[in-house]
Ligand binder design. Structure first.
Ligand code: C2O
Length: 518
């Protein structure tokens, strides 16, 4: 395959995506960052220059949903697959476009991505559905007017600030309009902010690539007056089904086809709503404008939202309706079964923590797990707070996730696994009965699944990608609060020499910088 080369300079800058002026994290001066585009099978090569100042910070870029087979050290996760890229340093990622469809890249350092460090990736591949126009990404992000590191300080504090964590807005493709009259502290707020625009053609079929790239909220996406046909979830083509509302947990994607049923001259609102029930979010509604040919651009659309009642389950669309287009048989009998109980607690120092099996994850930037493994540290689980699960030579593992926080606390978790797609074989409220498997001959597959409020999800994973892989909640704040485990896949197949060589690239500079700065 061909190599697609990109050069990304990461910096802090001032921007006003919704009118409210604030410090953001930028890729080549943009938010969201520039699009990466490749064909299936190509190589993608991205050089990251860390030019973050005021204050300086490390960084690292993760390529969400790619498998990184034979190159787990390109996964971009500090504490696991590399040391952070130190301030002033550069690092080049090179990996295969081993999946096709729509995804994103985002920083995996602290909650930098919630400050804007992210961008879209489109990998062109065979298509199982026909359309006339590809309108590209629809990036949905809840948006905070506070600095991400101040939010982290707040939620890691001992004063229960985290209970008041509401986003100020919700954006589509980095745009939205904030009501500047609500600003009382003198922060500049520009009233010329605009919504994103999408041009529809009457009678044509449009492809929209939806993603929830937010920090906390569960999103409901819709277009007034239109029905959508969902054709892909994450990187998995599915049998097309129709709906007026698409649900998206953070990190999840859905390609949808929208028939241009409107007439020339018409305009409609496109909407993304944070579920009030499924997370600690504002009722922030993101709006964008759908304009048919010859629409009067001087007038906002006058369309009405379609009737919708939030079911409050905070779950993915039912497994019965999301069916992979290309069938893959599920695992008949897993070699190993691992239960993960997820719960919230307040620790001895008064901090809120999210625990998996009674342990909240704390990473160590100077000691990436994959490097420790390559150095011959094979007695697991290393440090208990690194939440390492070594699955050894097991070829298949069933993971049963139980959301044991009470139903009333209203929290669901978008669980994302690195380096693998997994089979989603059961999900529901309460506890799994231990036997029901949805469609064993062709279970749903994804890289991010909603662990519903007060419920469970059961996933089957094929251990075919030697490495150390995170499996975590994609709510930015929950990562900091510890809802994160790492698992070791086929350690006997690691390549220690290669790992040590590659890791030296980031670790030498980081160890030096952090000695003087952290
Ligand atoms: Cu999209 Cu671990 O991340």
């Amino acid at each position: 395959g061909k190599t697609r080369q990109y050069d990304f300079t990461i910096s802090r800058g001032v921007a006003s995506p919704d009118g409210y002026q604030k410090q953001v994290m930028l890729v080549n001066g943009q938010f969201p960052g520039p699009m990466i585009e490749a064909n299936w099978g190509d190589w993608i090569q991205v050089t990251i220059h860390n030019a973050i100042t005021g204050p300086e910070e490390g960084t690292a870029m993760h390529w969400h949903g790619f498998l990184q087979k034979d190159a787990p050290w390109m996964d971009g996760v500090p504490s696991v697959s590399q040391c952070p890229i130190a301030p002033g340093e550069s690092y080049t990622y090179r990996f295969r476009a081993d999946r096709f469809g729509f995804s994103w890249y985002h920083s995996h350092y602290s909650a930098q991505y919630a400050g804007g460090l992210m961008g879209p990736m489109i990998i062109h591949g065979p298509s199982h559905a026909r359309y006339d126009v590809d309108l590209g990404p629809v990036f949905i992000t809840d948006w905070y007017h506070q600095e991400y590191f101040d939010i982290i300080k707040g939620i890691m504090g001992t004063d229960n600030k985290h209970w008041d964590l509401f986003s100020q807005n919700n954006l589509i493709n980095g745009k939205g309009i904030y009501d500047c009259s609500q600003v009382t502290d003198g922060t500049p707020c520009h009233s010329d902010a605009k919504n994103a625009q999408f041009s529809f053609k009457s009678g044509q079929t449009h492809l929209l690539r939806l993603i929830n790239a937010g920090a906390e909220g569960f999103e409901y996406f819709s277009i007034d007056g239109h029905t959508m046909t969902v054709i892909t979830n994450d990187f998995v083509p599915i049998r097309p089904y129709n709906t007026t509302v698409v649900t998206l947990g953070i990190g999840q994607r859905a390609d949808v086809l929208v028939k241009g049923t409107g007439k020339p001259g018409e305009s409609y609102w496109m909407r993304a709503n944070n579920s009030l029930i499924c997370g600690q979010t504002t009722k922030g509604e993101a709006l964008a404008e759908v304009r048919y040919e010859n629409a009067d651009l001087s007038k906002p659309p006058a369309s009405q939202a379609q009737p919708f009642v939030d079911p409050g389950t905070c779950a993915d669309d039912p497994l019965e309706t999301t069916i992979p287009y290309f069938p893959v048989r599920g695992i008949r009998k897993p070699d190993f079964v691992q239960v993960y109980n997820i719960n919230k607690t307040i620790n001895e120092t008064g901090q809120q923590e999210w625990q998996v099996n009674d342990s909240a994850f704390r990473g160590n930037y100077n000691n990436p797990l994959m490097l420790l493994t390559a150095q011959g540290n094979t007695s697991y689980p290393y440090n208990p707070e690194w939440n390492v699960y070594n699955f050894g030579k097991n070829k298949t593992v069933r993971m049963i996730l139980n959301n044991i926080t009470p139903w009333e606390t209203r929290l669901s978790h978008p669980m994302h696994m690195h380096g693998h797609d997994f089979f989603v074989v059961a999900e529901g409220r309460g506890q799994w009965d231990g036997k029901t498997i949805v469609r064993p001959e062709n279970p749903m597959r994804r890289d991010t699944v909603m662990l519903p409020r007060g419920g469970y999800v059961v996933i089957d994973v094929v251990m075919d990608n030697p490495g150390v892989w995170p499996f975590h909640c994609h709510i930015a704040w929950h990562v900091s609060e510890g809802l994160y485990i790492n698992f070791i896949d086929q350690p006997h197949k690691f390549k220690p020499r290669q790992i040590r060589e590659v890791m030296a690239g980031t670790c030498n500079a980081w160890n030096k910088w952090s000695k003087n700065n952290v």
